[in-house]
Design a protein around this ligand. Structure first.
Ligand SMILES: Cc1ncc(COP(=O)(O)O)c(C=O)c1O
Length: 470
């Protein structure tokens, strides 16, 4: 039984999820045999990041840069002006960004982590501490690479995959107050809030919580920055779930979120519906000057940064489409549909389902695989071997290794099935649910893994694994 798709959007109480678009050009998918998949994953060192994507049937590794662009985005690309300085495409981009995020300075980068690298090079450093609801992996890596400490302060419900809370991405405001008081505001160069909280299950942050974080920042004179990759999905959840926000235009909610912050970083590969891009924005003139100097060193001239004029145009058009209500309704509803199907197959997931992905609780699903034997890795490999579905471990492999070389269990061991925007149809998603059910039927036979090779940073991308016998 499918719950109603929402009379508010279609005007009628039909239950089918309607994709608010039709297919314009197609990409073929290649079917593989179980033997081919077994060989491919072995060759990839049992790391799904090492697979050839042509060997993957349904690729839910990430929602980053994998979405389908619209007809109007492809048309906008034709308007791309590749002038080195002051291109019209830059002004189209700047205008679109400022319509939603009215910050003084906008610094374009080739993707989100480049914005993070610049920001934390300018503000981080030894002795500094950066609080976040939950740092995304590249954010944490960039904070730590600068010599600063990255501290996650999500509310306790955010650590409990089963806890039902409408805004599980919220920051623990009291813990933030305690951290700033104990470490000294002079050692906290900024507070960051990630919307939605990707590593914590794609969970939104409420307006009320962001206002409370702002109040703490104001009391201590510390700037507040958003990691705003999924700003539109977060704003949609605010509209759907937060008292008093029901009738609001999502674009208006986004402007209010931005107005509570002093700046932002973003990857345009997520909610802005582009295949590449990002930016750093700030209201701090002096900081902007330092960041632009860094930008010129590694990205490019300030009116294109790390991007071509055509990319700037695609992002500008994508921003307008990202806040459309029919799109956001379909987006969040179809993600929830996958979650409901997986739950019905008897697999525990993080609830409520977030905006861009379903997170399977691999630790609860495979209780016989201890965290340091990587239950998330075991499940991600099993989903690929079973049906060519590629998800991503977000757990002890991703977060377990510390700068001092020690390894501990991460707070949760999840497998993220991230849904590329406007890319897969409902029958693709029904197939994924079937694959999950097949793996669930033989869950107790799955074994853990050990790492045989790993790099010093961001090990989950390139580590090689070996299956354990039991
Ligand atoms: C919350 C969050 N912040 C930052 C990033 C980094 O963005 P990029 O992959 O464009 O470098 C990501 C990417 O997945 C993300 O989800």
């Amino acid at each position: 039984m499918r719950p109603p798709s929402g009379a508010g959007i279609t005007g009628v109480m039909f239950t089918t999820i309607i994709e608010p678009f039709r297919i314009h050009s197609i990409e073929p998918l290649r079917l593989t045999t179980p033997q081919e998949r077994a060989a491919a994953i072995r060759q990839a060192g049992y790391n799904v990041f090492g697979l050839h994507s042509a060997d993957v049937l349904i690729d839910l590794l990430t929602d980053s840069g994998t979405g389908a662009m619209s007809r109007d985005q492809w048309a906008a690309i034709q308007h791309g002006d590749e002038s080195y300085a002051g291109s019209p495409s830059w002004y189209v981009f700047l205008d679109a960004v400022r319509t939603l995020f009215p910050f003084e300075h906008v610094i374009p980068t080739h993707q989100g982590r480049a914005a993070e690298k610049i920001l934390f090079t300018a503000l981080g450093g030894p002795g500094k501490v950066v609080p976040n609801n939950t740092h995304f992996d590249t954010t944490r890596a960039n904070v730590e690479f600068s010599g600063a400490e990255a501290v996650d302060l999500v509310i306790p419900e955010g650590h409990d995959p089963a806890a039902e809370h409408p805004f599980k991405g919220n920051m623990d405001v009291e813990a933030l107050e305690r951290l700033i008081s104990s470490r000294g505001a002079e050692n906290v160069p900024l507070v960051m809030v990630t919307i939605t909280n990707n590593s914590g299950g794609g969970q939104p942050v409420s307006l009320e919580n962001l206002r409370a974080v702002r109040a703490v920042c104001d009391r201590h004179g510390v700037p507040l920055y958003l990691d705003a990759c999924r700003f539109a999905e977060n704003a949609w959840f605010i509209r759907e779930r937060e008292p008093g926000q029901g009738g609001r235009d999502v674009a208006d909610i986004v402007r209010e979120l931005a107005g509570l912050a002093d700046g932002m970083t973003i990857s345009a590969k997520k909610d802005p519906l582009a295949n590449i891009g990002g930016w750093l924005a700030t209201n701090d003139d002096a900081l902007a000057e330092r960041c632009r100097a860094l930008l010129v060193l590694t990205e490019g001239f300030p009116t294109y940064g790390g991007l071509a004029g055509r990319d700037l145009e695609a992002i500008a058009q994508g921003l307008a489409e990202a806040v459309a209500h029919d799109y956001l309704h379909y987006r969040t509803r179809s993600t929830a549909y996958l979650g409901e199907g997986i739950r019905q197959a008897g697999i525990p997931i993080v609830s409520p389902v977030g905006g861009h992905a379903v997170y399977i609780d691999a630790r609860a699903f495979l209780p016989h695989v201890p965290p340091l034997r990587y239950p998330g890795q075991a499940l991600a490999v099993a989903l690929y071997e079973s049906g060519g579905v590629r998800g991503c471990e977000i757990g002890t492999v991703m977060f377990g290794r510390h700068p001092d070389g020690t390894e501990t269990a991460a707070a949760m061991d999840l497998v993220r099935l991230a849904i590329p925007r406007r890319t897969y149809t409902q029958s693709h998603i029904d197939y994924v649910i079937e694959v999950c059910a097949e793996v669930a039927a033989r869950a107790e036979q799955l074994t853990g893994y050990r790492i045989v090779e790993e790099p010093a940073q961001l090990r989950h991308f390139t580590a090689r694994f070996e299956p354990l016998a039991s």
